[in-house]
Design a binder for this molecule. Structure first.
Ligand SMILES: Nc1ncnc2c1ncn2[C@@H]1O[C@H](COP(=O)(O)OP(=O)(O)OP(=O)(O)O)[C@@H](O)[C@H]1O
Length: 292
């Protein structure tokens, strides 16, 4: 799937601005950004629920604007499943079978039994966690190529959350489904995504493979005799946290000079820490004012 120069204006407000990126089969892309950055609007526009103001989404070489049938290759699952509550489970299954001709009923029954989902009459009788699993199973049963998920683990307990995420990762890989997940739960994305798209004010701030992270940044935990951070170094690091006189900062992995200069200041604590997606989020979107 190729998203090309996608922009969306709603009531004279530019929500998305010239967004372009690609996703490959079987990969999971995390879409992250601060509240209001445009994550949901991007997913809804990609899914063809909202019309773009300009730009387009291509499945292979086919524009979804010119070939609306291509929308059948994707499913968007919103963060709030309340809209399903009036359906009976059978109505929903019938609906999915109608919309997605490749719907695999055997797979659906197998997964429903595997997760011991109760055979209830109405969707509203399922708990939040069961509902989340139910719609994911429906989505994978539909044999679509793209799954667009908005905050899929909102409100789930830790055990159900793990079940949902493990299922998602396993099935995306096994069925070569490209998954895009908008989420604020960076610690969850950290272990499951292949790519990360950072949105800032409706624009792509960065798009990178998670494996590249370590080649870009290093995270250091530091404390100095003076108790404060040497001002001459401050401009060259990106602070991510401070607790008393202990600082965590990111440095560019390419900048070996700063690594040596920090050591020249004789820090009383100098430790390299594991870099997380949250660190990169804070570094790219937090601004230094938030920390130091
Ligand atoms: N229907 C709408 N009418 C007017 N403004 C809208 C509409 N939908 C979204 N917006 C605005 O677009 C911007 C992006 O909203 P969106 O929900 O896409 O962001 P988000 O990144 O998903 O946010 P969050 O993380 O809080 O869910 C916000 O400023 C929001 O107020």
């Amino acid at each position: 799937m190729k998203v090309k120069n996608l922009s969306k204006t709603i009531r004279q407000q530019q929500i998305l601005n010239n967004i372009s990126f690609e996703v490959s089969p079987g990969t999971i892309t995390g879409i992250i950004g601060r509240n209001g950055a445009g994550k949901t609007t991007l997913l809804r526009t990609m899914a063809g629920i909202l019309l773009p103001s300009s730009g387009d989404v291509f499945i292979g070489n086919h524009s979804i604007l010119k070939h609306p049938a291509k929308k059948q290759t994707m499913i968007f699952i919103p963060d709030n499943l309340d809209s399903l509550k009036t359906y009976s489970t059978n109505e929903l299954i019938t609906l999915y079978k109608m919309v997605y001709p490749g719907f695999d009923m055997d797979y659906f029954n197998h997964m429903r039994a595997h997760f011991s989902l109760p055979d209830v009459n109405r969707i509203s009788q399922l708990s939040k966690g069961m509902k989340a699993l139910f719609v994911l199973i429906l989505a994978f049963s539909s044999r679509v190529d793209y799954l667009l998920l908005d905050e899929p683990t909102d409100g789930l307990d830790a055990i159900v959350k793990r079940k949902v995420l493990d299922f998602l990762v396993e099935q995306a890989r096994a069925n070569q489904v490209a998954v895009m997940i908008a989420s604020h739960r960076l610690e969850e994305l950290d272990f499951m995504v292949d790519d990360v798209l950072i949105l800032r004010n409706g624009e792509v701030e960065e798009h990178f493979a998670i494996g590249e992270l370590k080649t870009r940044y290093r995270k250091l935990q530091l404390a100095f005799q003076s108790g404060s951070f040497p001002p001459d170094l401050l401009k060259r690091v990106t602070p991510v946290s401070q607790s008393g006189s202990v600082y965590a900062v990111l440095i560019s992995a390419a900048d070996s000079a700063i690594y040596n200069e920090i050591q020249d200041h004789d820090p009383v604590l100098f430790e390299e820490l594991k870099l997380t997606l949250e660190d990169v989020f804070l570094a790219r979107l937090g601004g230094t004012d938030d920390v130091l």
